[in-house]
Ligand binder design. Structure first.
Ligand code: GDP
Length: 197
């Protein structure tokens, strides 16, 4: 699957600065270092794209890319921990919250999870919040080449079991490895179905 054109459109610092177009949008989000930039390169076959998002000053912005003038890929800033008094809570910028909870042309969100790790509280807390929004989402477990298939499967099952506590209907699950180009076709097929409806 090759795209005819892939172009950076704009970076938005808040919901008001997001484009006014009606293009269907597909968003990606995950903790920093989860492999988001690498996956965006894999999906679009364009190395320059994720570099745009990684430019100093843009990592905290919502970056919009237009694919074949038909849909937009939205690279969202990652989330982290904020220390609030003695507790830690998921901290993602307000623009991301507004975008995910209010964007009408947002078709679906991919939440990237590192397949090597046991369930991380920060991912679960973010997903708990996201499950309260009306937008559909799926998980992409990244970096599967780093361990055996059995270990990946076990980690995914443990993660989904943790999610059962707040979301009994399990989300869609994809796996990816940029080393083996695993997951590209599956994710792109899913995106195509979402943007064509
Ligand atoms: P981001 O911060 O989420 O954008 O993460 P990056 O895309 O920069 O990836 C973080 C690190 O993980 C980099 O060193 C990547 O080369 C590496 N990485 C990302 N995806 C994969 C993968 O599927 N397999 C392997 N082996 N390494 C990966």
């Amino acid at each position: 699957m090759k795209f005819k054109s892939v172009r950076f459109a704009l970076s938005a610092k808040n919901a008001a600065a997001c484009p006014e177009w009606e293009l269907p949008e597909i968003a990606l989000i995950g903790r920093s270092n989860v492999g988001k930039s690498t996956l965006i390169n894999l999906l679009t076959s364009k190395e320059s794209l994720a570099k745009v998002s990684a430019t100093p000053g843009k990592t905290q912005l919502l970056n919009f890319f237009v694919i074949d003038e038909q849909w937009a890929l939205v690279d969202l800033p990652g989330y982290g921990f904020a220390k609030v008094a003695k507790n830690q809570k998921v901290d993602f910028n307000e623009a991301v919250g507004d975008y995910l909870s209010g964007r009408e042309n947002l078709m679906t969100v991919f939440v990237l999870i590192d397949s090597r790790l046991p369930p991380q509280r920060i991912d679960l807390d973010f997903l708990h919040w996201l499950s309260g929004c009306s937008v559909p989402f799926s998980l992409i477990f990244t970096k599967t080449d780093k361990q055996s298939t059995g270990k990946t499967k076990a980690n995914i099952e443990t993660f989904l079991q943790e999610m059962d506590a707040f979301m009994p209907d399990r989300p869609g699950v994809f796996t990816s490895s940029t080393k083996d180009r695993e997951g590209r076709m599956e994710v792109l097929r899913y995106i195509r179905a979402k943007v064509e409806t």
